[in-house]
Design a protein around this ligand. Structure first.
Ligand SMILES: Cc1cc2nc3c(=O)[nH]c(=O)nc-3n(C[C@H](O)[C@H](O)[C@H](O)COP(=O)(O)O)c2cc1C
Length: 188
């Protein structure tokens, strides 16, 4: 299985990176591409709608490489800390640029996905709030519909709350439950 794993935290060894690495490390036959989004050159979407007249994005940056990798992958594993109630800026820039995977349609839906194969998406948001799962439940809904609309057939959003520099995220029950579920998702 080909997996593209993207860390939206500016901390390459932070909480989010730890769960992403743990989730993707134990699989046999996995071809893993792991990137820190903030270390890539990903510009903001310009809203030029070039991708609605052509099958690609006009901006020549590292997103072109990610488009190719995501097309070839069977799973996207995306992680981001929650900053002021939302995903980080690089994580949002990445999502906005994924708009290029949507083609205009004459059918009942205005846009259809250009992604051909079935793909899984696991999205993990980490946050300091111990009640993060309740307080930020709307972010899970948003990720579910955004990545579902983009054409991911099997979308699994999670929130791991109660993180802090003093806590080992891998020892949190929510993180352990999430990792167990995600291993199954990636092995299916
Ligand atoms: C700028 C900033 C804003 C944050 N805003 C929130 C927030 O709104 N809610 C929350 O629960 N935690 C918030 N946090 C805490 C982080 O989401 C949390 O520590 C996260 O697990 C950090 O992930 P990382 O170690 O991968 O960078 C914030 C942290 C920073 C640095």
């Amino acid at each position: 299985m080909r997996i593209v794993a993207l860390n939206g935290s500016p901390r390459p060894e932070g909480n989010t990176a730890q769960v992403l690495r743990e989730m993707t490390k134990e699989h046999a036959d996995v071809d893993l591409d792991y990137y820190d989004l903030g270390r890539l050159n990903i510009k903001d979407c310009q809203g030029c709608y070039h991708c609605k007249r052509h099958e690609n994005c006009v901006i020549q940056d590292d997103m072109q490489m990610l488009y190719r990798k995501i097309k070839e992958a069977q799973a996207l594993v995306l992680g981001s800390p929650i900053y002021f109630g939302a995903e980080t800026a690089p994580t949002k820039a990445f999502l906005d640029r994924m708009y290029a995977f949507l083609a205009p349609s004459e059918g009942p839906r205005k846009y259809v996905s250009r992604l051909k194969e079935k793909k899984k998406a696991i999205i993990v948001l980490t946050c300091g709030n111990v009640k993060g799962n309740e307080v930020y439940a709307h972010l899970k809904d948003r990720m579910y519909s955004a990545y579902g609309n983009l054409g991911f057939s099997d979308v699994h959003p999670y929130i791991i709350g109660g993180t802090s520099p003093a806590v080992n995220i891998l020892e949190l029950t929510d993180a352990q439950d999430m990792l167990r579920e995600c291993r199954e998702v990636l092995e299916e």
